[in-house]
Design a protein around this ligand. Structure first.
Ligand code: MRU
Length: 334
């Protein structure tokens, strides 16, 4: 991703390994501050995943992969490290996929830094391919809705849902993006909008509950969202609110796509109801920043994800092409 940092345009990833530590773009303080945070231990990585310094399914997976490198450097038992990292956030499959791959690499005697670097480079390349395939479904002039942040910050580079959007823009198509603000943590308003500003892609942030209104009036031509876990049937979990958008899209005949690399697919599950859904602190709902926005004694619920059944999907954009939910091809995605 090209970003302007200290007055210069640079090529950066959401996180990378350097000097026996992991450097993360601190996603909690964007868009107003551009800062880094360094992790030197497995516990640092686990806390950074929990407090959302790093977020988005493939980026969490990359953090887990490099976290296993730190475990080896610090002489920690690898199985204990894997358990600690896997306890951080339960929904995104990439974390489990990446850690299991690192355990297998350690077992095979592969150098851990090489294994993690290869894993992360592969994910970035798969996201670039998602962009190429997804560009084909975006007509010139398209008005596209996206939810949460499924851009480079969430995926090391390029993005999943944002990769086809970047590719379409680069190809000269005149597109316009509707960005759901994505309460309660505002990943759309804070992060997706920031990425689109860096790329000069025209967009409007809309309140989360406005998408149905724009679809009903014919102002949205297609929806592309990311995914945190996709089952073998095509049911998938993504940021809370995705399900509602998919139902509204079907009602209004608006095509609805999810985009994800192989690391997000959990072929051991069929029904999306078996995907564990993280519930985060009620204070993320009760406060905006440090401001309490409800009565002191009010309580809140805060599911971080919801599950969208495959029947609402037009297609799944992957590095191997675009599949209908019924024709997911496990072999092609390896
Ligand atoms: O809670 P977050 O910010 O980690 O949730 C992120 C999402 O829901 C993204 O849409 C998903 O991880 C796909 S990112 C490529």
């Amino acid at each position: 991703m090209r970003v302007v940092y200290k007055g210069k345009e640079r090529d950066l990833r959401a996180l990378w390994y350097q000097n026996e530590s992991i450097r993360f773009i601190d996603q909690r303080v964007l868009p107003h501050r551009f800062e880094f945070r360094d992790a030197e231990t497995v516990e640092d990585v686990a806390v950074f995943i929990e407090d959302m310094t790093v977020r988005g399914a493939p980026s969490i997976g990359a953090a887990g992969a490099y976290g296993m490198v730190l475990a080896e450097i610090n002489g920690m038992d690898l199985n204990e490290a894997a358990e600690r990292l896997k306890r951080t956030r339960p929904t995104a499959f990439d974390l489990f996929f990446a850690i299991d791959r690192m355990l297998a690499a350690a077992n095979d005697g592969v150098d851990m830094v090489d294994a993690a670097d290869d894993y992360v480079d592969e994910i970035a390349e798969k996201c670039r391919l998602i962009g190429e395939h997804g560009n084909a479904i975006i007509p010139d002039g398209a008005r596209i809705l996206t939810h949460c942040n499924a851009g480079a910050l969430a995926t090391i580079d390029y993005g999943t849902a944002l990769a086809p959007i970047r590719a379409a823009h680069k190809a000269g198509k005149k597109i316009h993006v509707f960005v759901d603000e994505t309460r309660p943590r505002l990943q759309g308003a804070a992060l997706t909008s920031w990425e689109l500003v860096q790329e000069g892609i025209p967009h409007d942030i809309i309140p989360d509950n406005a998408a149905g209104h724009f679809m009903q009036r014919g102002e949205i031509d297609l929806c592309i969202v990311g995914a945190d876990r996709i089952t073998a049937s095509g049911d998938f979990a993504n940021k809370i609110g995705t399900y509602e958008k998919a139902v509204c899209a079907k009602e209004n005949n608006v095509p609805f796509y999810t985009a994800a690399p192989v690391s997000t697919f959990d072929f051991s599950l069929i029904s999306g109801f078996d995907i564990p859904i993280e519930e985060r602190s009620q204070d993320e709902v009760r406060y905006v920043g440090s401001e309490l926005i409800c009565p002191e004694t009010a309580t809140a619920r805060n599911p971080s994800f919801d599950m969208t059944p495959a029947k609402f999907l037009t297609g799944i954009i992957t590095e191997a092409g675009i599949f209908k939910p019924g024709e997911l091809d496990q072999a092609k995605l390896q």
